[in-house]
Design a protein around this ligand. Structure first.
Ligand code: PAF
Length: 279
């Protein structure tokens, strides 16, 4: 695997005949790679002739300095994982390098950034769009792969790609879970074994919602019962919402199609999110 740290080296690569004549699968990450990222790389390898991954902990998408500082960094382990998976290129720029001579005017994400993650992490999705736009511009991929664990992020990136008519296909890949249901996340590295057990209440609540979707007349009734399930655990809830998969808002209390259930909660100081596509 070739490791690239500067825009100059990257531009040499993207201008090469091999790169220009190949389909390129791109997996943008913030590192601390786990099997979830692994499955994105594997899917990208199946779909494309070349695969490039990026690792960059993007400061502009963090709302809390502490969260940015404590975000796990595991460069050596990440490189070994990517080598093993047969990734062709790894782009690992510094903040100065990636943001050099780059201005992002912002994008009106409409209700996509006022609900759920948008509501509780103001500015977060502008930061995500800022970096993803930049990465697409310099990496020039054919397809880009994102995990559905960040359901709202996928919706935002699809919207941005279509808004700016970017020439890249967005591929959304399923959430990878531990056998007990816990969604894989780089943030899990900051959880103790006990905290990991406590975190399972998120999956249990989502599972309850899925299994009981048709048992209640309205979505509000189902949400209220699900809240009771969640409250039997130890986590502090930020939001639990059952919404339409496209608008991320609830259109009709009685319509049970095209829904996704989303949860964000604090496990002591660690913020976790997860979701389940219901119908
Ligand atoms: O999902 C992530 O890891 C990040 O939000 C992304 C897409 C790499 C942008 O920094």
């Amino acid at each position: 695997m070739i490791i690239i740290r500067t825009l100059e080296e990257l531009s040499e690569l993207t201008n090469s005949v091999e790169y220009r004549n190949s389909t390129v699968g791109f997996v943008p990450t913030m590192g601390a790679l786990h099997e979830g990222h692994g499955s994105l790389i594997t899917t990208a390898k199946k779909d494309n002739q070349l695969v490039i991954c990026s690792i960059f902990v993007n400061p502009t998408q963090f709302n809390k300095v502490e969260d940015l500082e404590k975000y796990p960094r595991k460069e050596k382990e990440d490189v070994a994982i990517l080598e093993k998976l047969g990734c062709d290129f790894l782009f690992m720029p510094s903040s100065e390098e990636i943001y050099k001579n780059y201005q992002f005017e912002g994008i009106d994400l409409k209700e996509l950034e006022t609900v759920m993650e948008g509501k509780y992490r103001p500015g977060h999705f502008q930061g995500v769009c800022q970096i993803v736009y930049r990465l697409f511009d310099v990496v020039k991929p054919t397809r880009a792969y994102f995990g559905l664990k960040d359901f709202q992020q996928v919706a935002v990136i699809k919207y941005m790609t279509s808004f700016f008519k970017l020439p890249v296909e967005i591929v959304a890949c399923p959430t990878i879970r531990e056998e007990n249901g816990l969604a894989l996340s780089s943030r899990n590295l900051r959880l103790s074994e006990l905290e990991k057990q406590d975190a399972l209440i998120i999956f249990k609540t989502l599972d309850f919602i899925q299994k009981n979707l048709t048992q209640f007349e309205t979505i509000s009734e189902l949400e209220n019962k699900a809240l009771e399930v969640f409250k039997s655990g130890k986590l502090t809830l930020e939001y639990l919402e059952i919404v339409d998969q496209n608008t991320l808002t609830l259109l009709d209390e009685k319509n049970k199609s095209n829904l996704v259930a989303c949860i964000a909660a604090y496990n002591n100081h660690i913020r976790l999110i997860d979701n389940m596509i219901l119908s």
